[in-house]
Unconditional design. Structure first.
Ligand SMILES: Nc1ncnc2c1ncn2[C@@H]1O[C@H](COP(=O)(O)OP(=O)(O)O)[C@@H](O)[C@H]1O
Ligand SMILES: [Mg+2]
Length: 247
């Protein structure tokens, strides 16, 4: 099917006796907003790490837009259009907000060379547009290290979006952000994704955020997908309520 963006076939991985990917067969279609839920240690980040090439599975395969990407380097996978963010934003702290986005954009064009001025390597309008989308235009000339956590998350997302991904995988985008700020942060992220027509997978613990911003929920328990379906169905599933949501 041409609109399947990401597919995994029988992914398996164990760290010693701990099984973190237990025969994971999964697929995501273009346009979906998938929330991944699961207790700490369930294997959510490991799944993202396998899909984006950061770690290799012991068995199984990953396909992006129909092409196998298992074993490719993270950078090669990102260049193909599957980009991820980390739970703790990976920023260039000693650079300005704008330069962080420029560095990411130059990386996409493979033009990051010490003899090329950063400004010459990227399209400035592109960089300004991405900063505007995530609401960071006013902070463009501040140091990345000066941003509060919510804006650090947005800068991380701006750096991902400037790579023009078709799938963005967000590992706990609202962690470390106060509960009052979470909705605003997610609304900004989702607006930017809509504008760029980017599909998304996001790991999230807050059930309200999951219900509001996902079109589908997959629940991880001990390295396997225990439930996968519409948010209302998965969030009402007794096994998920008992073992994942914790009520
Ligand atoms: N590189 C590693 N070496 C050994 N164990 C690991 C490694 N990475 C993760 N784990 C273990 O794998 C399990 C799943 O981790 P992780 O995928 O980070 O869970 P989650 O993101 O759902 O909280 C945890 O028990 C964790 O301690
Ligand atoms: Mg994690």
């Amino acid at each position: 099917m041409s609109d399947v963006l990401l597919q995994t076939k029988d992914l398996q991985l164990a760290f010693g006796a701990v099984v973190v990917a237990d025969h994971i067969n999964f697929s995501l279609r273009a346009g979906e907003r998938l929330a991944v839920i699961g207790q700490n240690g369930a294997g959510k980040t490991t799944f993202i790490n396998i899909c984006t090439g950061l770690i290799q599975p012991q068995a199984g395969q990953v396909f992006f837009e129909g092409h196998e990407v298992t074993g490719l380097a993270p950078r090669a996978i990102a260049l193909r259009g599957m980009v991820r963010s980390f739970q703790l934003p990976q920023l260039f702290n000693e650079h300005s907000v704008r330069d962080c986005v420029c560095i990411a954009a130059a990386g996409k064009k493979n033009r990051l060379r010490i003899w090329t001025a950063l400004q010459d390597a990227v399209d400035p309008a592109d960089v300004d547009h991405v900063l505007d989308m995530v609401g960071l235009s006013q902070r463009a000339h501040d140091m990345a290290s000066a941003l509060p956590e919510g804006q650090r998350k947005l800068l991380d997302i701006a750096m991902a979006l400037v790579m023009r991904p078709r799938l963005l995988i967000l590992d706990e985008p609202t962690s470390g952000v106060s509960s009052e700020e979470k909705h605003g942060l997610m609304a900004t992220i989702m607006r930017a994704l809509d504008e760029q027509q980017v599909s998304a997978i996001f790991v999230e613990h807050d059930v309200d955020i999951v219900s509001e911003y996902s079109t589908r929920v997959a629940a991880w328990i001990a390295g396997r997908i225990a439930a996968d379906g519409p948010p209302a169905q998965v969030l009402a599933d007794p096994e998920i309520r008992a073992n994942v949501i914790g009520d």
